[in-house]
Design a protein around this ligand. Structure first.
Ligand code: DOR
Length: 463
């Protein structure tokens, strides 16, 4: 079965170009890129089919390809599907390098099946899942379990992260070499910092030997203490205990110093403060191997969003000040911030309905990320569409050594189609994710992923 994507605006984040092209996919790979491929390759489109095209027309094959892992039967369908991508962006399959899939252990919040469905709807063809499961992903058996369940029930590629320390307890290193042998793409205790600097140093030494990055959740726990939101004017007004920017920055500084000492590739998760951006900028200038990511909620919202005591705004690190948001956007623009990642953190409605101080930290992000990136960064001119796409494709792919992130002949046919003209009103009740915990409910955003193709198979198409 072949798939032809016709006439889309193809974004190449490697050379930051946009060109109108057709893309032909066969056997899961990109096999041709060019203008008017049907004519030049003499493809017979008279028997074309493929569910539903982007104009919503049902084509000859009656079977729409919604979350359907089964191959469309060769007998039932002719040999080529066509998706009309005119006026849409056709981009390398998006990669989210910071997702909490919750399985094993917290299946009431999310499963690998539902989390990857949410990823497909959000335009992500590959996601990287964090190890704060139960049991934690600190051994080969848990990693192997995640890989097998993802193989069976996953809609998109799933790349697991292994813990830095056993049980994420911050006391002893996990069996990092055996985790690497099992295929983890990075090490992290995400959700918790590694407080002991000596242990972090040794983790970085091993990670460097294994040629894998350490993803650091930067939070100095004594400074963060029992804080539930950003420490500042709003926390004082609301009478809520604050988490100072310094709680993050102290750890960012420490880990940069340790990365310099060890030569390890340090990736800082969810940077949220102007000070962190400045520390990373200075470290990069010195040639230290450090990269970092920002979430859509941190470049969109400020701590003022907490004023309603709405626990959907409770997240760690917390939503920061206006000055921090401006610094994050500047860091994206000058490439201090390499990656946009969601920190998709689903929780149950019951948990999030608790009063602000008791509710868990975290918000879902997979199904709103692209629309927020376009609405808050691309449309206002902070990033070009090519720059934004690079931060969700080639940059995370490079950091994690994934052979993904670009559309080239011979590459895996992981492709996302984005409609920049669509208006999307966020309705959490329609999410594929089990988590409905978003502060963006009811927001009207511009642009939406409309098709997600993984290994040449259409995993999501908007009808
Ligand atoms: O808000 C957060 N939630 N931040 C984290 O670092 C962890 C995440 C979770 O696992 O719920």
């Amino acid at each position: 079965m072949k798939l032809l994507l016709k006439g889309g605006n193809v974004i190449n984040p490697l050379n930051k170009s946009i060109t109108i092209q057709d893309i032909l996919i066969a056997d899961g790979k990109v096999t041709a890129i060019g203008r008017e491929l049907a004519a030049s390759l003499d493809l017979d489109l008279s028997r074309s089919t493929g569910g539903t095209d982007l104009e919503g027309r049902h084509l000859a094959c009656p079977k729409p390809v919604f979350f359907n892992n089964e191959e469309t039967s060769k007998d039932a369908c002719p040999t080529i599907s066509v998706i009309n991508a005119k006026g849409k962006y056709v981009v390398p399959g998006l990669i989210d390098m910071h997702v909490h899939l919750r399985e094993p252990g917290f299946e009431e919040k999310e499963t690998i099946a539902t989390g990857t469905q949410a990823a497909a709807r959000g335009g992500f063809t590959s996601i990287v899942c964090m190890p704060n499961t139960e049991p934690p992903a600190d051994n080969q058996a848990v990693i192997s379990f995640i890989q097998q369940v993802a193989q069976k029930t996953g809609m998109v590629n799933v790349f697991p992260v292994g813990t830095i320390t056993q049980g994420r307890a911050g006391k002893e290193l996990s069996e990092m070499a055996s985790l690497a042998a099992q295929g983890v793409v990075a090490f992290s205790d995400d959700g918790a910092p590694v407080v002991n600097a000596k242990l972090m140093r040794h983790a970085m030494e091993y990670a460097k030997m294994l040629n894998l990055p350490v993803i650091s959740h930067c939070e100095e726990p004594a400074l963060a203490a029992a804080g539930v939101m950003h420490e500042g004017f709003t926390s004082t007004m609301l009478g809520l205990p604050g988490i100072p920017a310094a709680a993050e920055e102290v750890m960012v500084a420490r880990d940069i110093i340790l990365a310099n000492l060890t030569g390890c590739h340090l990736h800082i998760a969810h940077v949220s403060t102007a000070g962190s951006v400045e520390l990373v900028r200075a470290a990069k200038k010195k040639g230290i191997k450090v990269t970092c990511e920002v979430t859509p909620h941190h470049f969109t919202l400020t701590d003022e969003a907490v004023s309603s005591y709405n626990s959907q705004t409770k997240v760690n690190p917390p939503l920061r000040s206006k000055a921090d948001v401006i610094a994050l956007q500047a860091g994206l623009k000058d490439d201090t911030i390499d990656v946009i990642a969601t920190d998709h953190a689903p929780h149950t409605q019951e948990e999030k309905e608790l009063e602000f101080e008791l509710a868990p930290f975290g918000m879902v992000g997979l199904e709103t990320a692209v629309s927020l990136v376009w609405t808050k960064l691309v449309i206002p001119g902070i990033l070009t569409s090519c720059e934004a796409v690079a931060k969700m494709t080639v940059n995370p792919a490079r950091i994690l050594n994934l052979k993904k992130g670009s559309i080239e002949i011979g590459a895996d046919a992981d492709i996302t189609i984005i409609d920049p003209e669509l208006t999307y009103v966020v309705k959490p009740e329609e999410f594929a994710s089990k988590g409905r915990n978003t502060p963006f409910s009811g927001w009207s955003l511009k642009s939406l992923p409309v098709a997600t193709i993984v290994g040449g198979k259409v995993k999501w198409i908007k009808t």
